[in-house]
Design a protein around this ligand. Structure first.
Ligand code: MN
Length: 515
């Protein structure tokens, strides 16, 4: 039976829609690392960016096109010649490249955003798809805001897009407005009303504004969709996109009810989740389906009792199936290189020789301060390591000077362009004093939007994980770090966020309107 199932194409847009999450900017190096993991996971299509949006996006699509051989690489493009030319250019080195072009079909968007009449939009559909076909025979067309569009007009545009050469038709629920029954029926109606629909693959792109992104994606499959657009950890505009891990694990876990299968190596899910979370400095909420820290934790006595007797009593999927290994091997200061390497492999981290040596030294330093080094500690350490490798400013040292009443003074030392620089800061409490000192060293007018501390593991010698969010000119960046010393973690997290802000300014992200 199962061999007769259709394969659903997994189209990952972590690097494009995911990067549009406020504060989730990624460096080129970070994007490449994510693309490599997605390819190993078996993702069919990687949307690597929106080539026209910025020099940084163009470079990401271009570099990822050179490196990735097994997944199709896709660039987004508006229905404009210049966009499509840029996308075609960026995708040139790709083994298989796809151009994803889109235009809004809803009255609200056509009138208020595009300022175009229906006839003009219809003409643009045909010309943009034909133009894209000059660069590749793999062209995807999206009717932005489809779920709020006139149905007959959408059908007319889809028919024209296919006639012009589109091979994938994507139906986005751009604003996360659809309900599952309605969205599934929409796909069925399209299948029944567009005469040439058998010449294209239908795709769903859902947003989670009502918490329905995964439900809508599954309903779309039932309605005939054979491509799902999704992101790791469900990141994306506003409330995010369909989470890859949720839709894939639903397909696998309920294979008894699903007409499709997906060619994803699910054991790599945790690795991808950790990597994305560290690169964008967004913690995963503990109760997040599949990848949250509590997703496989059993707290109630009755549940624990059942689990001890037989795991299937309360577990619909195994932790191992998503790549969560049992942390029986606790590391400490006597653990050597070999054990550390094995542990990194278990956790899904793959470092080059030089990076491994640096990470091993950091692990030794940590083991000197902390009796037991748990998996979470090592994941935090590697995640810090990934962030710092893109920094031009790094943290060196922190000295608490004096404390009078609530007033505190500190000296912070950073390294910039190979030179050490120190500054003193005063404030109400040590964290305030540290941030003041850093602002004196790196004069960027950014406001602190949030500052969160959590314990990486339990125990009184646990590392502190600090998350910092900064805002400048309406744009947010996030930084995180961990250390056994909360103040050091705070300084490093703040510096990480500042580095991201500076990198972003160099790249100058220029656009934000995408499906
Ligand atoms: Mn979107």
């Amino acid at each position: 039976m199962s061999s007769k199932k259709d394969q659903v194409i997994i189209f990952d847009t972590t690097l494009r829609d995911g990067e549009q999450s406020p504060g989730a900017s990624m460096s080129l190096n970070g994007k490449i690392q994510i693309a490599e993991v997605l390819e190993k996971m078996g993702v069919d299509v990687i949307e690597a960016g929106f080539a026209m949006a910025s020099a940084g996006d163009f470079e990401a699509v271009h570099e990822i096109s050179k490196l990735i051989r097994n997944s199709v690489i896709c660039s987004l493009a508006r229905a404009k010649d210049a966009d499509i030319e840029q996308a075609g250019e960026a995708l040139k080195p790709a083994a298989r490249g796809r151009i994803h072009t889109f235009i809004s079909t809803s009255p609200i968007h056509m009138q208020h955003q595009l300022n175009m009449a229906e006839d003009d939009v219809f003409a643009a559909v045909k010309s943009s798809v034909s133009k894209a076909r000059q660069y590749t025979d793999d062209v995807e067309w999206s009717c932005m805001d489809a779920s709020r569009s006139d149905f007959d007009f959408v059908c007319k545009c889809i028919e024209a897009a296919i006639a012009s050469g589109a091979t994938t038709i994507n139906i986005p629920d751009t604003v996360g407005y659809a309900l599952p029954s309605e969205f599934g029926a929409f796909f069925k109606r399209i299948k029944n009303n567009v005469p040439n629909i058998d010449k294209a693959i239908l795709s769903a792109h859902c947003h989670n504004d009502l918490g329905l992104a995964t439900a809508n994606a599954l309903a779309a499959i039932e309605g005939g969709a054979r491509q799902i657009e999704c992101t790791i950890n469900g990141i994306g505009e506003r409330a995010g996109n369909t989470a890859l891990e949720e839709v894939v694990m639903a397909i696998k876990t309920r294979s008894d009810m699903m007409q499709v299968d997906a060619a994803i190596k699910t054991e790599m899910i945790m690795k991808a989740s950790r990597l994305v979370s560290s690169i964008i400095s967004f913690p995963v909420q503990p109760n997040k389906a599949i990848v949250g820290a509590n997703a496989f934790a059993h707290e109630s006595g009755i549940h624990q009792d059942g689990m001890l007797k037989n795991a299937s009593t309360y577990e619909i999927m195994t932790p191992e199936s998503v790549g969560l290994t049992k942390s029986e091997l606790v590391m400490g200061k006597h653990s050597g290189r070999h054990a550390f390497k094995e542990k990194l492999k278990d956790l899904g981290f793959d470092l080059g020789d030089n990076a491994f040596e640096v990470a091993f030294q950091q692990f030794k330093d940590l083991a000197d301060k902390k009796q037991n080094v748990f998996d979470e500690d090592i994941a935090a350490l590697i995640s810090d390591h990934l962030v710092v490798s893109d920094n031009s400013i790094t943290f060196k040292a922190l000295d608490l000077q004096w404390c009078v009443g609530k007033k505190q003074s500190v000296v912070v030392t950073i390294e910039e362009d190979g030179k050490d620089q120190s500054a003193e800061g005063h404030g109400d409490g040590p964290v305030d004093a540290i941030f003041t000192a850093i602002r004196a060293l790196v004069p960027v007018e950014a406001s602190l939007k949030s500052y969160n501390v959590n314990a990486v593991t339990s125990g009184k010698d646990a590392q502190a994980g600090v998350f910092v969010r900064l805002e400048k000119d309406g744009r947010t960046t996030s930084g995180h770090s961990s250390d056994t010393d909360t103040l050091v973690a705070s300084a490093k997290a703040y510096i990480n966020a500042l580095n991201k802000l500076l990198n972003q300014e160099k790249i100058k992200l220029t656009m934000s309107v995408q499906p």
